[in-house]
Design a protein around this ligand. Structure first.
Ligand SMILES: *Cc1c(COP(=O)(O)O)cnc(C)c1O
Length: 394
């Protein structure tokens, strides 16, 4: 098949496999296993799995394979492995690679569960992790130990303060020390991502976010070279049980078909929302990488060609004012997912980042008035009206 497809064609067709019935929609192969025509065929398959052969759903499944091929084509990597959740993907990407005695350099601003893996889990098994300020390239350079630093890890856009890491800059530093670059790319979305072009080796997504995009299922995926995915990651994932279920894979495949349209529509609305909020005297700051006022606006445009789908802002009056604002929202829901069709407001200081010690909240800019807004697919004018109504209620 021709492989010079543009993104939208890839998202609709790539990886499709049809059974003898020629079904139009991708089929859900809800089966744990597969029947071998003969004992000899079973033996042969356990020696080597060929292209369209499967053994057991924990190892692989036709529906899951369709999703893996589709996302790998979108991301521009040779292969991908789908996982039960975003955290199974982050855990697998790191733990499958690392051994006791290895060293990792990681950005400090991380999703809470990612921090748990890097701070708690890796240390327990003798992997040393150095945390740095992800936006400062000098801080990445200093702790590198050639031959010992096996990986660097960061979120390309941090949660919740939308700070970018320069993927090209960090990749050059990491590669000079022989380290693999593992990027959690959720906030950049798979549509605005150019992580592999910029030097990343492994790209991880929680597919729970934009890829499903309708808040239905947990999922994750790791994208990388065939060598890394099949020789390093797959043996770990298939034996430790973190594979994506066929039903979830089907949900994600359907999410992919509209992913480009949804991410672009959400990013367009996010810009309108950020522009509407910017300069509002009830707010002390508005953070959106698509605004020229964002300190890393140029990097965002070079790295993502977009400001993304998330906006953050700080309400004057702290937690009380922030809560009054949230409770007055009508269209925008109070929750903690992101990338959903439904717009979602989160108060990080009391929910997603509640357990961080105060000094870390301070250094990460997680103030009592900070709201993280995931902009959904509603009409941008309706969202702005909802935000203004809630701001007026403070
Ligand atoms: C949500 C999220 C994860 C974890 O994904 P789950 O699907 O919830 O396991 C990891 N990293 C980032 C940046 C996320 O937003």
């Amino acid at each position: 098949m021709s492989k010079d497809w543009k993104t939208r064609t890839t998202l609709v067709h790539e990886g499709s496999r049809r059974s003898q019935y020629g079904e139009m929609a991708e089929a859900i192969f809800l089966t744990q296993g597969f029947v071998y025509p003969t004992a000899e065929a079973a033996e042969a398959r356990f020696v080597k799995i060929e292209g369209d052969e499967f053994i057991y759903a924990r190892y692989g499944n036709p529906t899951t394979r369709m999703f893996e091929e589709r996302i790998a084509a979108l991301e521009g990597t040779e292969d991908a492995f789908a996982t039960a959740s975003g955290m199974a993907a982050v855990n697998g990407a790191l733990v499958s690679l690392l051994r006791a005695g290895d060293h990792v350099v990681s950005a400090r601003a991380l999703f809470g569960s990612c921090l748990y893996i890097l701070e708690e889990v890796l240390g327990r098994y003798g992997v040393e992790v150095t945390f740095v300020d992800g936006a400062d390239l000098d801080q990445w350079r200093a702790p590198m130990r050639p031959g010992v630093t096996k990986a660097v890890f960061f979120e390309s856009m941090s949660n919740p303060t939308l700070e970018l890491v320069d993927i090209r800059g960090v990749s050059e530093i990491a590669h000079a020390a022989g380290a693999l670059v593992i990027v959690d790319n959720v906030f950049s979305t798979p549509i605005f991502s150019r992580a592999v072009d910029l030097g990343a080796d492994v790209v991880v997504y929680s597919t729970t976010k934009h890829i499903d995009g309708q808040g239905r299922a947990l999922g994750g995926v790791v994208c990388g070279t065939a060598e890394y995915i099949r020789k390093v990651l797959e043996p770990y994932m298939k034996h430790t049980g973190g594979s994506m279920s066929p039903f979830t894979s089907w949900i994600m495949l359907n999410g992919m078909a509209t992913l480009d349209l949804r991410c672009r529509a959400m990013a367009e609305s996010a810009l309108k929302v950020a522009e509407a909020l910017q300069g509002d005297d009830r707010l002390s700051r508005v953070i959106f990488p698509g605004l020229a006022s964002h300190a890393q606006h140029d990097l965002a445009m070079a790295q993502m060609c977009s400001g993304g789908t998330m906006v953050a802002f700080d309400i004057k009056g702290g937690k009380e004012a922030a809560f009054r604002f949230m409770n007055a929202l009508e269209i925008i829901k109070i929750s903690n997912n992101l990338g959903d069709a439904k717009s979602i407001a989160t108060h990080p200081a009391t929910t997603t980042h509640q357990r961080l010690p105060q000094d870390q909240k301070d250094s990460l800019g997680i103030t009592p008035g900070l709201i993280r807004l995931s902009v959904g697919l509603e009409d941008a004018g309706d969202l702005i009206a909802d935000l203004n109504r809630a701001l007026a209620a403070i």
